[in-house]
Design a protein around this ligand. Structure first.
Ligand SMILES: Cc1cc2nc3c(=O)[nH]c(=O)nc-3n(C[C@H](O)[C@H](O)[C@H](O)COP(=O)(O)OP(=O)(O)OC[C@H]3O[C@@H](n4cnc5c(N)ncnc54)[C@H](O)[C@@H]3O)c2cc1C
Length: 422
């Protein structure tokens, strides 16, 4: 049965190759080529799925500067002491072994006329379809007194790896009874519950090691993701330790001074020991260079994640302006599979399934106390539209919260295998 099916597929592919692929699908140059920029949740998944499912019919090149990808997901658990940094690092060896041409370099430009991507190291890579999944960069001047030159004194830790390690080191070096400040970002931003899970994990660490320390959150928003769940958890586990100052109370009128280590909220200046500044975000710069952004983000068509500015460029994950999905690793991975299917279909004539998306974001509040929010989505003409959703309830049993945390452990193992190969 299997052999017959293989033979059928082989014949089909051969026929397609003879009749159509070289001229129609690959613009007259033989095997169609996909270039993926960014080897994170969106890009690694898309590269792996196209290479795996096209079985050699499509050439896939992944451009990613780092040799080790440190996930932002679970980075808060590292800060809380639940994970080691080494557990968050993943190499690209599995992708290379499965047929993806992994190029460790920065993409520095996209020529949409010649359909090439320029590399920082020189040279360029041609594409028939380009997938951009560069994640986020920060909006200049978003927090008064802060720019990238201040990120060593006041880390954002919203890109994984060294920034996360720095924030943890600063937390551990805080004086007894000191102050940890966070400047939270405005919407939309990467991982809506991320800052608040981080506060929970910082509080968990401080409760054990520095119990008279305080946490201030200056927030430009009037409300935040899973607010009732976090506030319940903070009252139950970290009572009196966390002071959230929302927009109504001046949380949006913030300035920092990295030399003086001060935070000013509505003109009131406070000395702080650690200042985690998470500025407003925008699509990774290469999306802007490619000319596919409109404002801070890159608008896409929901059915296949193709750019509204260029049908041969697709934008995934945090960089995309797609509609209702939150900017999460789960979302990026889900969008990547829809995109991979559509790109392979366009290049080889393989079947393209209707787009369906899903997301769940888990957060850890304290040991074994996990909560979640999630939804399913479909593609409409206008956007990726939410179909239905769920959220943990306040007052859940300890047993259910433990199960929810264990679920998140399973998800982490699953998604990283899905991105990089088992
Ligand atoms: C603290 C924190 C906690 C989080 N927790 C969760 C969670 O629990 N669950 C969840 O689903 N999500 C979580 N997220 C969000 C998640 O990390 C992102 O949404 C996800 O990584 C987005 O995937 P992406 O592919 O868009 O970008 P990324 O995963 O950031 O990948 C982008 C890649 O592009 C590369 N790149 C950028 N520019 C270029 C260029 N010019 N050339 C070549 N390569 C380039 C970068 O090096 C990077 O590897 C969290 C985020 C943070 C900050």
């Amino acid at each position: 049965m299997t052999l017959k099916r293989r033979a059928f597929l082989g014949t089909g592919a051969a026929a397609m190759g003879t009749l159509a692929a070289p001229t129609v699908f690959a613009a007259g140059h033989g095997k169609p080529q996909v270039v993926v920029v960014g080897g994170g949740a969106g890009g690694a998944t898309a590269a792996r799925y196209i290479a795996k499912d096209s079985k050699g019919e499509v050439g896939v090149t992944l451009i990613e500067p780092t040799r080790q990808y440190y996930t932002c997901f679970f980075s808060n658990l590292y800060i809380g002491g639940f994970k080691e940094m080494g557990q968050l690092g993943h190499s690209y060896g599995g992708l290379a072994a499965s047929g993806v041409n992994v190029v460790h370099d920065w993409a520095t430009g996209v020529d949409r006329d010649s359909k090439t991507v320029a590399l920082a190291g020189g040279g360029s890579v041609p594409y028939d379809k380009l997938i951009l999944s560069p994640g986020i960069d920060f909006v200049d001047g978003a927090v008064e007194g802060w720019d990238l030159s201040a990120q060593n004194a006041m880390p954002h830790a919203f890109k994984g790896g060294s920034q996360t390690e720095l924030l943890k080191a600063q937390l551990m070096a805080m004086p007894q009874g000191g102050t940890f400040a966070m400047v939270a970002p405005p919407n939309p931003y990467r991982c809506p519950p991320g800052p608040y899970e981080r506060v929970s994990m910082v509080a968990h660490y401080l409760k054990a090691n520095n119990p008279t320390a305080k946490i201030i959150i200056a927030d430009p928003k009037a409300k935040f993701s899973k607010q009732a769940l976090f506030e319940e958890g903070w009252a139950d586990h970290y009572d009196g330790m966390i002071d959230w100052i929302g927009d109504d109370f001046g949380g949006g009128n913030v300035a920092v001074d990295a030399d003086a280590m001060t935070l000013s909220i509505d003109g009131e200046v406070t000395n702080v020991d650690v200042c985690n500044v998470i500025p407003a975000m925008k699509a990774g710069h290469i999306a802007e260079l490619a000319g596919v952004t409109d404002g801070n983000w890159a608008p896409v068509n929901a059915a296949d994640m193709s750019s509204k500015a260029d049908a041969d460029i697709h934008v995934l994950g945090d960089a995309a302006q797609q509609g209702d999905m939150p900017k999460s690793g789960y979302s990026a991975n889900s969008q990547a599979k829809v995109c991979a299917n559509a790109v392979r279909g366009a290049l080889t004539g393989s079947k393209v399934f209707p787009a369906k998306f899903s997301n769940t974001c888990w957060s850890l509040i304290d040991t074994n106390n996990g909560v979640k929010v999630g939804a399913t989505y479909e593609a409409t003409e206008e956007k990726i539209a939410k179909v239905d959703g769920f959220i943990s309830a306040t007052g859940e049993t300890a047993e259910l919260r433990k199960t929810t945390y264990e679920e998140s452990e399973g998800w982490y193992t699953g998604i990283t295998a899905d991105m990089f190969g088992a």
